[in-house]
Design a binder for this molecule. Sequence first.
Ligand code: NIG
Ligand code: FE
Length: 399
Amino acid sequence: MNELRNSIIVHADRLLTPDGLPPFKGSQMRNINEMFDVDIVIENGAITDIRLHKDAHITAKLVTPGLFDVHTHIPFVGSRSKEFLMRTQGRKYVEILQSGGGIHHTTELVRNSTEEELFLQSKRYIEDFLSHGVVGIECKSGYGLDVENELKQLRVIKRLHQTSFLKISSTFLGLHAKPKDRSLDSYLDELKTVLPQIKEENLAQFVDAFCDAGAYAPDEIEQFMMYAKTLGFDLRLHADEIENVGATKLGIELGAKSVDHVLKVSDSDISALSKSNVMVTLMPNTSFYLGEGFAPARKLIDSGIAIALGSDFNPGSAPIYQPGFVMHLAIRFLKMEPEEILTAYTANGAYLLGINSGIVAPSFSADLVLWKTSEFIDIPYMFQENFVDHVLIDGRIAI
Ligand code: NIG
Ligand code: FE
């Protein structure tokens, strides 16, 4: 880790930041404050002032808030390249999952790996995220599918959090796939008995479930999710990605913080979402990778819904994490505006994870990306290029 500096001043030739208080819903996502030739004054990890340029320690062509990837499946080990080939030959993601591959394949590898192996592989991934301007990510379990290995994943996330610059939020996704080796009832009962321990040891902020065709039906998880909520967990759902099974509706009923994927949402789901405070997490690279179509982002935004973006980084449906590529797909296939993308990746993402960041303004954490280009659009335009010059997290130079 870097030396601690109590005070640092960053000069921005150009500063772009969401403007106001999150969450930014619908058209508010396009409210971007643009400033030129300013100094961002940072003291004890927080932004204290933005003023016309006088004197700075470090300078950049463009400064934005740090990026938040609100949906990844770290930690995991191993590869699913055989499955990738199977899909190119016509097999479907859910078909592979139901025949015991997919998530189950990674589960076997995770069960057979030590905590140390899982930690080292994941640490390498999150350092790559950081090098691309990501200051915060969400990580989740879900490749254990038994109590011992789900807890192993959660402990690895805690260790990643303790040993890294990144702000890491943890999610318990015990309900990722149905275990192959036991009855659903006995699995649910066992998970229920371990939830209080997860809470007590502060191993997870969120509880999530894969509520979709080939995974869990709404009525199979509703009670469990309600119980998690009574214990004080925030809820999220993998919702209606493969088919509309009513997962988005369940998410709204449960008061989830977000519903994620939602490729197959209906107009009535969108209307219900627009009347709720549920955020929608979109991950266009999963759509790209699986070839299953894209979420109706324009309809969602134009209905006044708040959007966050994520990579869904996982070894099966999205072995991709570069934010530039996610942004590229969001512009091309979700038809999002660059301003909307910036807000989704910064202020809305931070808000979803409960982190006081994602906006460059006094009193927010000094989590900043200093870019080598003055044009934000260059990042999605030339997505293979890494335009990151420096990354600051809590005012410390992490890159
Ligand atoms: O978000 N949809 C469910 N879970 C992941 C995929 C995980 C995997 O295939 O390993 C997703 O796409
Ligand atoms: Fe996912």
